[in-house]
Design a protein around this ligand. Structure first.
Ligand code: FE2
Length: 324
């Protein structure tokens, strides 16, 4: 089984390594060509573009998305930000990242879920002068054995009815994140809790379904992905993340806190404990404290992102995200 030791991943090798490293290629914004960036991403490396203005970041992400036929997806994601209201648009394609409370951290996850199949994630830094606030990227392993234990949280429905009306199908889609008939509870799904009954005789549940592979357009292969609906619902992924940060002195917390998990941004979304260890689902890690004018771009399906908290009042962290 191709796993790596605690040591090699938990020491987050070469903390905040100089821009270029084994898994990350640094380019200057003025010289960054779309073809070259696409080539680096196709080798499953992360691209760090330095010296980019906000306008450069928009131009670059648009060109990179086009290289993989993802221009429409980039537009759609920027549009969703405005509709859902939890993020605000910044520039053309970027949006604000979620607001965080004091010391709060974000556990490793790839953006979106297996139904959305988001291919590219990128982060642009306006300012990052806090004591902390490092970005940590995690390269996922392709080990079937490890992933066979992982579960994804999803809303699904159960009913004895065989047919639903068009209006009922639309209601499930628009208000419940349920696609009929695809999202019916199946064998292998664990029911977590009953949510509601939005349509007559149809019960909606939160379920944990077995993780499955999605197609990576960048690599041209199917891969398991630590989606938001996997990484942010599992207590053990957060615990392992805290353990990794503590080990290298990147975990920021008030002195009187014993259980660091209360500082997890997605604490309210936890539904289970997988027992997973990070050095098995991930086998590479990059630590980068993003500097102003840096744009980091990755394959969203093979690189999960996470972020450390910071000591309150020590500076400003302003980072925007774009997805396609
Ligand atoms: Fe995210």
């Amino acid at each position: 089984m191709a796993t790596v030791s605690d040591e090699s991943i938990f020491d987050l090798s070469g903390l905040d390594a100089q821009a270029g490293s084994e898994h990350m290629v640094a380019l200057d914004a003025a010289q960054a060509r779309f073809g070259r960036i696409a080539e680096i991403l196709s080798k499953d490396k992360v691209v760090l573009i330095q010296g980019a203005s906000p306008a450069d970041a928009d131009r670059l992400i648009s060109g990179i998305a086009a290289e993989f036929g993802l221009s429409e997806e980039l537009e759609i994601q920027a549009g969703f930000a405005a509709i859902h209201g939890h993020r605000k648009n910044v520039g053309k394609y970027f949006m604000t990242v979620n607001e965080r409370g004091d010391y709060h951290f974000i556990p490793p996850h790839s953006e979106g879920n297996s139904g959305m199949n988001m291919q590219i994630s990128s982060f642009y830094c306006y300012e990052n002068t806090t004591d902390g606030g490092e970005t940590i990227l995690w390269g996922s392993s392709d080990d079937e054995d490890v992933w066979s234990d992982m579960k994804e949280f999803k809303y699904k429905v159960k009913t004895d009815r065989t047919e639903l009306t068009k209006m009922e199908i639309a209601t499930l889609k628009m208000t419940c994140e349920v696609e009929w008939p695809r999202d019916r509870v199946k064998e292998g799904d664990d029911l977590v809790h009953l949510m509601d009954t939005p349509v007559a005789d149809v019960s909606r549940y939160g379920v944990l379904q077995p993780a499955k592979k999605n197609h990576s357009r960048i690599l041209g292969v199917d891969r398991f992905v630590c989606w938001d609906t996997i990484g942010n619902v599992d207590r053990d992924i957060a615990k392992e993340f805290i353990k990794a940060l503590r080990r290298v002195g990147l975990f920021k917390a008030p002195h009187d806190i014993e259980d660091g998990s209360v500082l997890d941004c997605s604490l309210h979304r936890k539904v289970w404990s997988s027992g997973i260890r990070l050095p098995s689902i991930f086998n590479r890690a990059i630590v980068r404290k993003l500097r102003a004018g840096e744009l980091v771009v990755m394959n969203n399906m093979t690189w999960a992102h996470s972020a450390c908290g910071w000591t309150p009042g020590t500076g400003v962290r302003r980072v925007a995200a774009a997805f396609a």
